[in-house]
Ligand binder design. Structure first.
Ligand SMILES: [Fe+2]
Ligand SMILES: [Fe+2]
Length: 244
């Protein structure tokens, strides 16, 4: 059979073993953040990256011009309204929100940010931030059957946080049941996910393990198989196309 999959340009990095470098802060004034860019440029604050906040560190008040989303991988992050974001929390902020954060004990985050962020001054606009924020802990979330699979596909469950059920576009938690696989599909934009538990194998034989962050460029074609089940948090930039 001809090879139909395409994972050219894929990046895989594990947050528990990767190296870290100082985060190139927007205003140059912060030294308490380290990062590992997955698909991000220094400066504007958008892209996909791992971020490590040293104890006592945090982010100044800033405005989100696009969606900002992250998973708390370890530690705790205190949001601007004093909400404690704990390990396992998956958090989404709508465009137009702003917040500052602090982390007395330190934390590590997997971050997806759609558009550049701007440090701002003045009113923190907390009510608007709360209105535009969603928090789901992946360990306690309710899952339901993923709606877009053809009837022959093995079962995959999901928790939709900010996703289009028809196209997969957006942020969701995906739970592969043991022995299940996703249908072969093509990505018209970026797909970037983190393995929260378990293992997942792509058609080229690459197995993603717990802690791996995977970035697949537009044009990627794959279907993944999980012998023992796994849970991921995924951001899909543009619609995916199922190939039958
Ligand atoms: Fe933010
Ligand atoms: Fe995919």
């Amino acid at each position: 059979m001809d090879q139909v999959w395409n994972v050219d340009g894929r990046v895989v990095v594990n947050w528990m073993t990767c190296d870290w470098e100082p985060y190139p802060a927007i205003d140059g004034g912060e030294t308490d953040l380290m990062w590992h860019p997955v698909r991000a440029e220094p400066g504007p604050g958008d892209g996909t990256y791992l971020l490590k906040v040293a104890p006592g560190g945090g982010a100044k008040l800033h405005h989100h011009s696009g969606q900002e989303e992250f998973v708390v991988l370890d530690g705790e992050l205190i949001d601007g309204d004093n909400t404690v974001l704990k390990t396992g929390d998956v958090v989404s902020y709508n465009p137009g929100t702003r917040h500052s954060t602090s982390s007395p004990k330190g934390c590590t985050l997997m971050v997806w940010i759609q558009k550049p962020i701007d440090t701002v001054e003045g009113d923190p606009q907390i009510a608007a931030m709360q209105e535009g924020r969603t928090i789901v802990n992946w360990k306690t979330a309710d899952f339901e059957r993923y709606p877009s699979l053809p009837e022959t596909a093995d079962p995959i469950d999901w928790h939709n946080i900010r996703a289009n059920p028809q196209t997969g576009e957006g942020l969701s938690l995906i739970n592969f049941l043991p022995g299940s696989s996703s249908s072969l599909h093509e990505h018209t934009g970026w797909e970037e996910f983190i393995m929260l538990s378990g293992e997942l194998t792509d058609p080229d034989g690459m197995t993603y393990r717990t802690g791996d962050v995977v970035s697949l460029p537009p044009g990627s074609i794959h279907g993944s198989y999980s012998p023992n089940g796994c849970t991921t948090a995924v951001v899909i930039e543009k619609p995916l196309r199922t190939l039958l």
